[in-house]
Design a protein. Structure first.
Length: 114
C-alpha cells in the first residue's frame, strides 16, 4: 500500500504564494499525478494534473496562476500556487493513479485571507 503525504499548506494573504508537495511512502510509478481541492460545503474538484510525457492540465479557475511539476524521486509532485485568491481556500489533495491503483493523500489546508 502506498501512502501519499502532502505538505506546504498554510495561511496566506490574497496575492500571496504557496508551494504544495506530495511524496509517496515508497517508490512508485504513477501514470497520472494530480491535485484536487475541496472547499467547505462543496464537492471535491480537479485542480491540475501531470501525465505521461509531462502533459499538464489545469482547471480554468487556476490556469495561469498555478503550475504543476514533478521530479523523478519516488516521484514527488508539486503545485506552485501564485496570485492566490480567497476562493482558492480549500483542503488540497494529491492523487496518484497507477495501472492498478488509485491513491489519495489526507490533504493539506490552504487558507487565503482577504
Amino acid at each position: 500500500q502506498v501512502q501519499l503525504v502532502e505538505s506546504g499548506g498554510g495561511l496566506v494573504q490574497t496575492g500571496g504564494s504557496l508551494r504544495l508537495s506530495c511524496s509517496p511512502s515508497r517508490t512508485t510509478s504513477p501514470e497520472t499525478m494530480s491535485w484536487y481541492r475541496q472547499a467547505p460545503e462543496k464537492h471535491r474538484e480537479f485542480v491540475s494534473g501531470i501525465y505521461l510525457r509531462s502533459l499538464t492540465m489545469y482547471a480554468d479557475s487556476v490556469n495561469g496562476r498555478f503550475t504543476i511539476s514533478r521530479d523523478k524521486v519516488k516521484p514527488t509532485v508539486y503545485l506552485q500556487m501564485n496570485s492566490l485568491k480567497p476562493e482558492d481556500t480549500a483542503v488540497y489533495y494529491c492523487n496518484f493513479k497507477t495501472r492498478r491503483s488509485d491513491y489519495w493523500g489526507e490533504g493539506t489546508q490552504v487558507t487565503v485571507s482577504s
